[in-house]
Design a protein around this ligand. Structure first.
Ligand code: OSB
Ligand code: MG
Length: 386
């Protein structure tokens, strides 16, 4: 395997208008913000990564500006001049930087792309190099779509109908207290056969167990993160009361956390967001743990641009990812995106893994520049970095 030496790291803070907002239990942001990481090697290769985060600490503790600070002041100085044989060396290089998973993940993703390119491989195949035999990617990722809270039941039903017509075979709805049982009932009445799941984004407490139990009647694939964003213990008390499997999202930051969750019976399914767990090295550990334990696994999304989406599609094409992932077609998110070509939903509810090396999509620098302008317009006082 070829190694690389890091010559330069550039950060591009971007904002893109969303084709459709995603309102969760903690609200909706009016545009998509992300930090695009560009890593350049001494032999002139370029790798791209993305931290797709919110501007508010509403999903987790990190925000675009904390990522900027940690990346610029602590991660980049450790990376410059480093010679790497594998991106799996990065967690050790960044060992002295506690937490800040999304920040570490953005830089790490760019190095994965760079090293895959240095070795003339597609990212999906390069992931498989880091796994035991029998984990060859499938060239496609099975996907669903995540739909936000709407202003009325009629609008909710209409939007689901539109997504089903587009070909999505798994629908995820955001719920919150007051927008839950009645919504699930209405949706089930309108679509008796769709594969349906709900995501509460931490909106409930154990006191709501009776209400959550009522959701069991709607034949849900799973309910995602009903309790606090930092809780594992109480999910372990809720799961035995529910027939619907609990899927953990917000509260799992590592393979270690998932082992605790399994031990406590806190959930049966993992939503693996590579950026939430600090990157693809930790994601590969979680992947292997889920394969060993027979846990259903899918890849979550943070409304990534085409850069983050391409890497997530590559990861979701690994055979241990057994459930549809939250990676929808480009036209659900952006028009246009900052990378080409767009991901197009295929018959059967899947996206194809790009054929090119690395992430396999072309980054459009003019669109990045435009998206940086959009960020500045929305955040005139935010500091910028190169
Ligand atoms: O909870 O899964 C979530 C987006 C931003 C923050 C949290 C979540 C989400 C999604 C979007 O549900 C999934 C996607 O990228 O399409
Ligand atoms: Mg979620």
């Amino acid at each position: 395997m070829n190694s690389i030496t890091i010559q330069d790291v550039k950060l591009h803070v971007v904002a893109l208008p969303l084709v459709e907002l995603l309102k969760t239990s903690f609200g909706a942001e009016p545009y998509k913000s992300a930090i695009i990481v560009e890593v350049v090697s001494t032999d002139g290769l370029v790798g791209w990564g993305e931290t797709a985060l919110k501007t508010k600490p509403s999903y987790g503790a990190e925000t675009i500006l904390t990522v900027l600070h940690i990346t610029r002041d602590f991660l980049i100085p450790r990376l410059l001049g480093a010679t790497l044989e594998s991106p799996t060396e990065l967690p050790r290089l960044f060992n002295s930087v506690r937490g800040n998973h999304h920040a570490r993940a953005g830089v790490e993703a760019a190095v994965w792309d760079l090293l895959a390119k240095a070795n003339d491989m597609r990212l999906a195949d390069y992931f498989a190099v880091h796994l035991p035999e029998g984990n060859q990617p499938r060239d496609l990722a099975t996907v669903g779509v995540s739909i936000g809270i709407q202003d009325s039941l009629d609008e909710q039903i209409a939007l689901i109908g539109k997504r089903v017509d587009e070909g999505y075979r798994r629908i995820k709805l955001k719920i919150a207290p007051g927008w839950d049982v009645e919504v699930a009932r209405a949706v089930r009445d309108a679509f008796p056969d769709i594969s349906l799941m709900l995501d509460a984004n931490s909106a409930y407490s154990l006191k709501d167990a009776e209400r959550l139990k009522q959701l069991d009647q709607f034949d849900l694939l799973m309910i995602e993160q009903p309790l606090s964003y930092d809780d594992i213990f109480e999910h372990g008390q809720l799961q035995p009361q529910l027939k619907t499997p609990i899927c953990l999202d917000e509260s799992i930051y590592s393979a270690h956390d998932w082992k605790i969750a399994l031990q406590l019976g806190a959930g049966k399914i993992l939503n693996l967001k590579p950026t939430r767990v600090g990157g693809f090295a930790e994601s590969l550990k979680l992947y292997q743990l889920c394969v060993e334990r027979g846990n259903p696994l899918w890849i979550g999304g943070m409304l990534e641009t085409g850069i983050g989406r391409a890497a997530n599609v590559a990861f979701a094409s690994l055979p241990g990812v057994t459930l549809p992932s939250d990676i929808s077609a480009t036209n659900r998110y952006f028009d246009p995106d900052i990378a080409e070509p767009p991901f197009v939903l295929q018959e059967g509810s899947f996206l194809r893994v790009p054929g090119g090396i690395g992430i396999g999509v072309e980054v459009c620098r003019d669109r990045i520049a435009e998206a940086q302008e959009t960020w500045r317009r929305y955040n005139p006082f935010a500091p910028l970095w190169r």
